[in-house]
Design a protein around this ligand. Structure first.
Ligand code: SAH
Length: 357
């Protein structure tokens, strides 16, 4: 699997000190690095040509030295209900990824993809049906946010890494991405406003804890026993719930950050009263928040959504046990169902009758 797009260095994936060092080898002064970095990460420039305070000759030189990633917007779908927008972007190699823009009272949130496809194989998820194509570069994760910032003309305040892909399966690039995203010379998004969602790769969760970042870790739990979890998520064959809970506890101890448990409610599978009781017990010793996600049915599988009463009863039961719990508000219900479905539909039928950008 290759994720390198050309032989040239991917300039947007360099930190400011790295870029300064890099340009020094080309005989350039540090202030040049700062100028270029600001164009890339603060002004979201789409090419070297936009960097108008650099001479034309220097810009041509930069093009020869470095690769500059930029996304092409392939499709945009906008919800008439809540203004949520789903973007389908083409990468330089023709692969497509999707990202979502959501407006909340507390600010604007973008959900990004971390890989092209996914190899985790969760049974209810559309993103994993064709496996993993490749990892995204740090620059390509940033580009999703930059392109949306330019398209909406609004500031992004929250970033959730919950689109296609398993972020902890692309660990080094993810870390670099977070450092660039939260850097004071770039968009400077607060670490506390960044959430990374994982299906539960235990060693990576522990490694992330040791980075001592202030980001939120969300664990896709979805079941309360190993046996049930194995039926929904192949990763459960590798790591037990007990190991997951220990890793969550460790994350909290290292970072002081409350864990989020995501629990997708799948009708008749994990939405019983006993599941709610077991979930309360599991969560009891941990400082956590539980986010219930009514499953989004995908056409390739026959999972169904729990009915509204059952979802409410599940929530009530958790609350009775003093758990902090929310039901994920459905955003953009009228535009496309589950994560990964826009990309999938595009792959099946590129002209697919959707609104083009
Ligand atoms: N790989 C990461 C992040 C991607 S998915 C992870 O597993 O956490 C983000 C969340 O949406 C996860 O909790 C995932 O299990 C859930 N999800 C995926 N497909 C879904 C569907 N069809 N319905 C409800 N939740 C889904």
């Amino acid at each position: 699997m290759t994720e390198k797009l050309s032989d040239k260095t991917d300039i947007k994936s360099l930190t400011l000190p790295e870029l300064t060092e890099e340009l020094k080898t080309k005989g350039q002064q540090p202030f040049r690095a700062k100028q270029i970095y600001q164009w890339m990460h603060e002004k979201c420039a789409r090419s070297f040509d936009e960097m108008t305070n650099l001479s034309k000759d220097f810009r041509e030189q930069l093009k020869e030295w470095y690769a500059y990633t930029a996304l092409q917007t392939v499709q945009v779908q906008e919800s008439r209900i809540d203004g949520t927008k789903k973007f389908l972007f083409a990468l330089a190699d023709g692969n497509v990824v999707e990202s979502v823009w959501m407006q909340y009272k507390h600010g604007n949130s973008v959900c990004i993809s971390s890989q092209v496809g996914c190899r985790m194989g969760c049974k209810f998820c559309a993103s994993t049906l064709d496996g993993l194509e490749r990892n995204l570069l740090p620059s390509e994760m940033l580009d999703q946010i930059y392109a949306i910032t330019l398209a909406t003309g609004e500031r992004v305040s929250n970033v959730v890494v919950m689109g296609t892909g398993e972020p902890l399966d692309n660990y080094d690039n993810l870390l670099k991405f977070i450092r660039l995203l939260t850097d004071e010379n770039g968009l400077h998004i607060s670490q506390r406003n960044v959430t990374v969602s994982t299906c539960g790769i235990v060693p990576r969760m522990r490694q992330l804890a040791e980075e001592k970042l202030q980001i939120t870790l969300a664990l896709s739990l979805h079941a309360t026993t190993d046996e049930k979890r194995k039926r929904l998520m192949p990763i459960a064959n590798r790591y037990s719930i007990r190991e997951l809970m220990e890793a969550c506890e460790f994350y909290f101890r290292q970072t002081g950050r409350r864990i989020t448990f995501e629990y997708s409610l799948v009708g008749g599978v994990n939405d019983w009263e006993e599941d709610a009781a077991e979930l309360s017990a599991l969560a009891a010793p941990l400082c956590c928040h539980i986010n219930l996600i009514p499953v989004n049915p995908i056409k390739e599988r026959d999972y169904v959504r729990s009915d509204a009463n059952k979802i409410q009863a599940f929530k009530n039961m958790l609350e009775k046990n003093n758990k902090n719990v929310t039901i994920r508000r459905e955003m953009g219900r009228d535009i496309d169902g589950a994560c990964g479905q826009l990309r999938r539909r595009y792959k099946e039928e590129p002209s697919g009758g959707m609104k083009r950008a």
